[in-house]
Design a protein around this ligand. Structure first.
Ligand SMILES: Cc1cc2nc3c(=O)[nH]c(=O)nc-3n(C[C@H](O)[C@H](O)[C@H](O)COP(=O)(O)OP(=O)(O)OC[C@H]3O[C@@H](n4cnc5c(N)ncnc54)[C@H](O)[C@@H]3O)c2cc1C
Length: 415
């Protein structure tokens, strides 16, 4: 969001200056930062940190405001707004302290996914980002690990980082690499954003662009024969996704009552004739329970064409105001019949409780040149799923406390 203090998640907005509340309710800053500095240089960041330290002021960092846990704001804080640190510099042959010697790109902390993808594509490369065009690549996404379309090929975004340029809490301007300030490099590469230092820029590997196949498929209770059979079909579907992600694909799908829509399956570096083979484990498992899956495919010579078709416009149709929780689901459990059934049953409860579930099937256990702090469970998980509900601004605030998944966070946000 190109506003200095604005952030996405209504839970953490805590009804501050909310047009949906009663007229008599005063318009106050609430959880919003008190002041923001639109930083555009290392010196600006250093000055902000020094001012906060000297005056004992809470310091927060905001880039785009997409943080799902509201961590890009803080009541009464001085905020460093990194949106304008938006430089992009291409390096033909990286020669830093990593063992990697190929093409790389230095992304300022404020660079958005859409710009990174576009600029890399114009030079014949892919860069590892997420799917939302408006998320900040180096700000929160990569320090949080970062999954996306290429996870099953290049690993997590953090696995690709060569250098972090940062300002520390003491105001020091440092570069952290696998061999220089190595502890900071390790911590920043997946250990969570906003904790270890202010990121000014990140240098990350580039990968040669190439063909992409996009695929979509779906099934619902009608096709399955009944609601009960639908959940059984979901268990079968999810338990068969392992070989698909092992072929380099990432499958994004949504579960709503009572339909599965795999709207954006990305299969890099392949062609349409391979698709049948890649999906054979899924289609044959589903055929065994009487469901013929119809897979629609699109061919793209460049990644950006796939991205524009499947994800760039998704933002305008996805409600921004949500309640969201998430889980990583181990492959070892999904690939046992009882485990996959248990997981489908848990999903059924969430869906019956009014949530939608959005999953990405991935294989994040890819070769990585350097050790990092990505949550280790990513490597053994087959699914990353978020449990989502569109925020209802007219619902009485206290009713949100009765939503089991969210009740702890509610107390935290309001505490
Ligand atoms: C619609 C949507 C789609 C998403 N899709 C994906 C996806 O496909 N894959 C995925 O892995 N994640 C995805 N995410 C999660 C997203 O990666 C995280 O919310 C991420 O933290 C956002 O980073 P940001 O910089 O854009 O946002 P912000 O909210 O501005 O920042 C997020 C966190 O990073 C800190 N931070 C920001 N900039 C800096 C900096 N320069 N230095 C230090 N700390 C900083 C903030 O303090 C905050 O804690 C999605 C989120 C949303 C809302």
């Amino acid at each position: 969001m190109a506003e200095s203090a604005e952030f996405l998640m209504p839970f953490y907005q805590n009804q501050s200056c909310d047009p949906f509340t009663a007229k008599e309710k005063p318009c106050e800053l609430g959880n919003y930062a008190q002041y923001s500095i639109a930083v555009s240089s290392v010196e600006d960041v250093q000055a902000g940190i020094e001012f906060a330290r000297e005056n004992n002021i809470r310091l927060t960092i905001k880039n785009t405001g997409h943080d799902l846990l509201g961590k890009s704001t803080g009541k009464g804080s001085l905020s460093l707004w990194t949106h304008h640190l938006d430089s992009i510099e291409f390096i033909d042959k990286y020669k830093g302290s990593s063992c990697y010697k190929g093409p790389a790109v230095r992304l300022g902390a404020g660079v958005l996914t859409s710009n990174a993808v576009k600029e890399a594509s114009q030079r014949g490369y892919r860069v590892v980002t997420g799917t939302c065009p408006d998320v900040g690549v180096a700000g929160g996404y990569t320090p949080g690990g970062g999954h996306g379309v290429f996870t099953s090929l290049y690993g997590m975004a953090a696995d690709n980082v060569l250098e972090w340029e940062v300002v520390t809490a003491e105001g020091k301007h440092l570069v952290a690499t696998p061999t220089k300030n190595a502890d900071l490099y390790w911590a920043l590469s997946g250990g969570g954003a906003g904790t270890f230092a202010v990121v000014v820029s990140m240098t990350t590997r580039l990968h040669p662009d190439g063909a992409m196949v996009g695929a979509s498929l779906g099934f619902d209770a009608e096709l399955a024969g009944s609601t009960e059979k639908f959940w059984e079909a979901l268990a079968t579907f999810q338990s068969a996704l392992g070989p698909v992600v092992d072929a380099g694909a990432v499958a994004s799908y949504a579960i709503t009552p009572y339909a599965v829509s795999a709207y954006g399956i990305a299969i890099p570096d392949t062609n349409a004739s391979e698709i049948e083979k890649i999906f054979a484990p899924v289609t044959s498992a589903m055929a065994e329970i009487g469901i013929d899956l119809n897979i629609t495919t699109t061919m793209h010579s460049h990644y950006i064409d796939f991205f524009n078709m499947y994800f760039a416009k998704a933002v305008s149709t996805t409600p921004a105001a949500q309640v969201t929780g998430g889980r990583l689901l181990p492959r070892s459990i999904l690939e046992t019949p009882s485990g996959s059934k248990d997981i489908a049953q848990a999903f059924q409860k969430a869906v019956d409780g009014g949530f939608a579930i959005v999953c990405d099937a991935v294989n994040a256990d890819q070769p990585r040149p350097h050790s990092n702090s990505v949550f280790p469970s990513w490597r053994s998980s087959l699914l990353h799923c978020i449990i989502v509900k569109t925020w209802d601004f007219s619902m009485p605030w206290d009713d949100y406390d009765s939503i089991p998944e969210e009740s702890d966070r509610s107390r935290h946000a309001r505490g």
